[in-house]
Design a protein around this ligand. Structure first.
Ligand SMILES: C[S@@+](CC[C@H](N)C(=O)[O-])C[C@H]1O[C@@H](n2cnc3c(N)ncnc32)[C@H](O)[C@@H]1O
Ligand SMILES: [Zn+2]
Length: 329
């Protein structure tokens, strides 16, 4: 961790001031040490350059299972893709890259850190990515050279942060939580008055084929098996998606014949048609590995924004299968 991260941290138990004890540094990074609360007895280790506020041995079993799947995923699929920036802007639209400039930003569930990295490159004053899983190891490696990027291992429900963020966002995370609305409220509680929050979640609408046919397989089989086995098995559906997007969805959407709009799930499949094999395999694996996944209706999503008292809320339909929202607090 970089020393300046300390000014953003508070004790997750009592919101007291944390004191930093350093036992090993490497250039700008404190690699080993501890964060001790000045008010209560809590102490949190810094290991491998990452402050650890969540102990995976201690968290509830459903959260641990989710963290195990995604932790493995983001330690395996570490690739970078030049299309991540455009994809990210699609998830947080109408936010543009310039919006990040000089903002203090929080990412809830940063995975391998691809969006923390983009926020830092787009000029955020500081960006803090938090994740429960060992994905933080990949995120730390991906962002350690960026002086304004920070990674923390923490549970989104118990954030070791004060209410000091200009902007918080969460992409593809809240629907994997045991209580998605609770995770959203927790994230929003760290945004200062006048700041903004964005969220992107799976939609209930238009996804009945997933909730009826894919979910039972995901819940009973694919999220429970060894991730190495799933890596191999998931190549079969990934190959189907890959062939369909490369041979049908991509070409028909590009040739302007108007036929594409009649294709099944066209908006989504055409949106991923430009990705190569490895990224499409990541996407398919991602859908199958999660033990918990809620598909959330627009009506329910709207209530979250009312619950946090958000103003100027804009909720949009993304690829006709998911919801994105932004509002101010
Ligand atoms: C589908 S991944 C998305 C990662 C990243 N937002 C992205 O788009 O690349 C979901 C992430 O949520 C994280 N996650 C799940 N439960 C969490 C929790 N309770 N607290 C923090 N992160 C959590 C997982 O570890 C995983 O990295
Ligand atoms: Zn404390």
């Amino acid at each position: 961790m970089k020393e300046k991260l300390l000014s953003y941290l508070v004790c997750p138990s009592c919101e007291g001031t944390l004191e930093l004890y350093v036992s090993k540094s490497e250039d700008a990074e404190i690699m080993e040490g501890a964060l001790r609360c000045a008010s209560c007895a809590s102490s949190f280790p810094v290991t491998g350059g990452i402050p650890r506020f969540a102990d995976l041995e201690q968290v509830e079993s459903d959260k641990r299972a989710t963290a195990a799947g995604f932790g493995w995923q983001w330690q395996h699929f570490t690739q970078e893709d030049e299309q991540y920036a455009e994809q990210f802007l699609g998830w947080i639209a109408p936010v543009q890259a310039e919006f990040f400039r000089d903002k203090v930003v929080l990412e809830g569930g940063c995975g391998k850190g691809r969006h923390t990295q983009l926020a830092a490159r787009w000029g955020a004053r500081e960006v803090i990515g938090i994740d429960l899983s060992v994905a933080v190891e990949t995120a730390f490696a991906a962002t350690r050279s960026l002086p304004n990027a920070h990674i923390i291992q923490a549970d989104i429900y118990h954030l070791p942060l004060a209410r000091q963020f200009d902007y918080a966002f969460s992409v593809g995370v809240l629907h994997h939580l045991p209580d998605p609305r609770g995770g959203f409220i927790s994230l929003a509680s760290k945004v200062k008055p006048g700041g903004h929050i964005s969220a992107w979640i799976y939609g209930a609408e238009n996804n009945e084929w997933i909730t009826r046919f894919v979910n039972p397989v995901r819940e009973k089989v694919t999220s429970r098996i060894n991730q190495r086995v799933l890596l191999q098995l998931s190549k079969v559906p990934a190959a189907c998606v890959y062939l369909a997007t490369k041979l049908i969805y991509g070409p028909l959407n590009r040739n302007g014949s108007g036929l594409a709009k009649h294709l099944f799930y066209n908006d989504y499949l055409s949106s991923i048609s430009t990705f190569g094999w490895r990224e499409q395999h990541t996407i398919v694996f991602d859908h199958l590995v999660a033990p918990t996944a809620f598909y959330i209706s627009r009506e329910e999503f709207e209530t979250w924004w009312r619950d946090v008292g958000a103003k100027d809320v804009v909720i949009g339909w993304h690829n006709k299968n998911s919801w994105r929202g932004i509002g101010s607090l």
